[in-house]
Design a protein around this ligand. Structure first.
Ligand code: NDP
Length: 452
C-alpha cells in the first residue's frame, strides 16, 4: 500500500465533521492537531496503514448518563453527566471533570482528545480522558453540591478505577467537589484507592497539585524566554481567569519578578496598573474560593483598578499574555492586537483558549507561543505523581515535587524544540513540536498492539 492511496488532510477533516455533526470544539481541536500530524507522517506508511490518527480521533468510548439529585428546597433536578475515554494506549485514562453550564459532549471530546497528547508529552504513563456535567455549582450551597457530586459518582464509579481511569478537577471542580466524589466512591466500593487525583492532603492528595498547572505554565514560559536569552523579570503580564490556574500562574509571575496587570471572570476583567501583588492575590483567592464572589469586587477594593464589564483583557498592552480561563477566549483579532501592542510571548494555562485564527496570527508573527497541551501539562504531571504516591502508599516532600515539576516542564519544552524546529531557523513552532512529540509515543504504542 502506498501513501498516495490514503486520504489527504481535507478528506480527513471532512470525515471528522461528518461523523461528529455539530461538535464544533471537537472538530476544531482535531483540525489543529491533524495539520501538523499529516505533515509529519507524509512519508510514514505504517501510520497511514494502521489509521493511527483516525483512531486517536475516535474516542474509545463516550459514556453519557442522567444525574438526578434533590436541591435544598426539595426540588428534583436532572443534569447530564459524561465520561469520555479517548485513548489508553500508554496508561490508564486520565483527565479532569468539569462542572459548568457550557459543558457538552463536544467540549469533553475536545478536552479528552487534547489530553491524550498532553499526557503523552509529560513522559508519564497516562492515557487521555475527560468528564463532566452541565451542572452549575455557582450560587449553590455546599449541601446542594454534595448531593450532586454523590449522585454523579453513583453512576461514574462503574467506569473508573485506579488502573482504569483516574479523573481529577477542572473548571468548577476543586478540592470540595473531589472530596465529595471520593467519599462517595469509597462508600460504594468499600475501597480506598487512588481513583481520583487532586485529593486533600489528609486522604492521599499530593503536595503542590493545587499550584502545579499555574506554576508549570509559567515555568514553560520561562523556559521559552531563557532559550532566547530573556526572562520574566520586569515584564508586564496580562492574565485571564481568576480560578485555580490563573491565580497560581499570577503567583509564580510575581515570584519571578514580573508584574500581573489583569485577571478576569465570565463577567469581565479588572486592570490594575500598579500590579496584582501577593497581598492582592491572597484577597482574590479568598474572594473566589471562600466567598465565591465576582472579580468586579476587586475594583471596589483596590484604588486605581478598573473593571471592564463583559470584556476580555487582551486589549491591555503587555509583554507576556497568559490565557487561563476557558476555551476560545482569545480570537484572531485579539491575537493581532496583542502582537501589535508588543506582546512577545503567550503561554496557555487554559485548554485551547486561542481559536484557530488566533493561533495562525501568533504563528505568522513568530512570537513565542506555547499551546496548552504543552504549557499547562504541569497539573496532570503532578496528578501522575499523586497516582505513583498512592500506589506506593507514600507522600513525597514538597521540594522533591517542585523539582519534578520544573524538570517535567523542561522535558516537555525540550521535546517541543526537538520536533518544532526547522534547520537553519532559530524560531521554534511550539504548536507543531507539541503535536508531533505528543503523537509519536501514543502512535508507536498503538502500532505495537496491532489492530485493537
Ligand atoms: P476554575 O473553575 O478554578 O476557574 C475558571 C476561571 O475561568 C474562572 O475565573 C471563571 O470565571 C473563568 N471562566 C470560565 N468560563 C468562562 C467563560 N465562558 N468566559 C470567561 N471566563 C470564564 O478552573 P481552572 O482554573 O481549574 O481551569 C481554567 C482552565 O485551565 C480551563 O480551561 C481548564 O480546562 C484548564 N486546566 C485546568 C487544570 C487544573 O489543574 N485545574 C489543568 C489543565 C488545564 P467564572 O467564575 O465567572 O465562571
Amino acid at each position: 500500500m502506498s501513501v498516495s492511496d490514503h486520504v489527504d488532510f481535507n478528506q480527513f477533516i471532512e470525515g471528522v465533521k461528518k461523523r461528529n455533526p455539530g461538535q464544533l470544539e471537537f472538530v476544531q481541536a482535531v483540525q489543529e492537531v491533524a495539520e501538523d500530524i499529516f505533515d509529519y507522517i507524509g512519508d510514514k506508511v505504517e501510520y497511514h496503514e494502521y489509521q493511527i490518527l483516525r483512531r486517536i480521533a475516535e474516542p474509545d468510548r463516550v459514556v453519557s448518563f442522567r444525574v438526578c439529585w434533590e436541591d435544598d428546597n426539595g426540588n428534583i433536578r436532572v443534569q447530564r453527566g459524561w465520561r469520555v475515554q479517548n485513548n489508553n494506549a500508554i496508561g490508564p485514562y486520565k483527565g479532569g471533570i468539569r462542572f459548568h453550564p457550557s459543558v457538552t459532549e463536544s467540549v469533553l471530546k475536545f478536552l479528552a482528545f487534547e489530553q491524550t497528547f498532553k499526557n503523552s508529552l509529560t513522559g508519564l504513563p497516562m492515557g487521555g480522558g475527560k468528564g463532566g456535567s452541565n451542572f452549575n455549582p455557582k450560587g449553590k450551597s455546599d449541601h446542594d453540591v454534595m448531593r450532586f457530586c454523590q449522585s454523579f459518582m453513583t453512576e461514574l464509579y462503574r467506569h473508573v478505577g485506579a488502573d482504569v481511569d483516574v479523573p481529577a478537577g477542572d473548571i468548577g471542580v476543586g478540592g470540595r467537589e473531589i472530596g465529595y466524589m471520593f467519599g462517595q466512591y469509597k462508600r460504594i466500593t468499600n475501597q480506598f484507592t487512588g481513583v481520583l487525583t487532586g485529593k486533600g492532603l489528609e486522604y492521599g492528595g499530593s503536595l503542590i497539585r493545587t499550584e502545579a498547572t499555574g506554576y508549570g505554565t509559567v515555568y514553560f514560559l520561562q523556559d521559552m524566554l531563557e532559550r532566547v536569552g530573556d526572562s520574566i523579570d520586569g515584564k508586564n503580564c496580562v492574565v485571564s481567569g481568576s480560578g485555580n490556574v490563573a491565580t497560581y500562574a499570577a503567583e509564580k509571575i510575581n515570584q519571578l519578578g514580573g508584574k500581573v496587570l489583569t485577571l478576569s471572570d465570565s463577567g469581565g476583567f479588572i486592570h490594575d496598573p500598579a500590579g496584582i501583588d501577593a497581598e492582592k492575590l491572597a484577597w482574590v483567592k479568598e474572594l473566589k474560593e471562600v466567598r465565591r464572589g465576582r472579580i468586579e469586587e476587586y475594583a471596589k477594593e483596590f484604588k486605581g483598578a478598573e473593571f471592564h464589564e463583559g470584556e476580555r483583557p487582551w486589549v491591555v498592552p503587555c509583554d507576556l499574555a497568559l490565557p487561563c480561563a476557558t476555551q476560545n477566549e482569545l480570537s484572531g483579532d485579539e491575537a493581532r492586537a496583542l502582537v501589535k501592542n508588543g506582546c512577545l510571548g503567550v503561554a496557555e494555562g487554559a485548554n485551547m483558549p486561542t481559536d484557530l485564527d488566533g493561533i495562525n496570527a501568533f504563528k505568522e508573527a513568530r512570537i513565542l507561543y506555547a499551546p496548552s497541551k504543552a504549557a499547562n501539562a504541569g497539573g496532570v504531571a503532578i496528578s501522575g505523581l499523586e497516582m505513583s504516591q498512592n500506589s506506593a502508599r507514600v507522600s513525597w516532600r514538597e521540594q522533591e515535587l517542585q523539582d519534578h515539576l520544573v524538570e517535567i516542564m523542561r522535558g516537555i519544552h525540550d521535546r517541543c524544540v526537538e520536533y518544532g524546529g526547522t534547520a537553519g531557523d532559530e524560531h521554534i513552532d511550539y504548536v507543531r513540536g507539541a503535536n508531533i512529540a505528543g503523537f509519536v509515543k501514543v502512535a508507536d504504542a498503538m502500532l505495537a498492539y496491532g489492530v485493537v
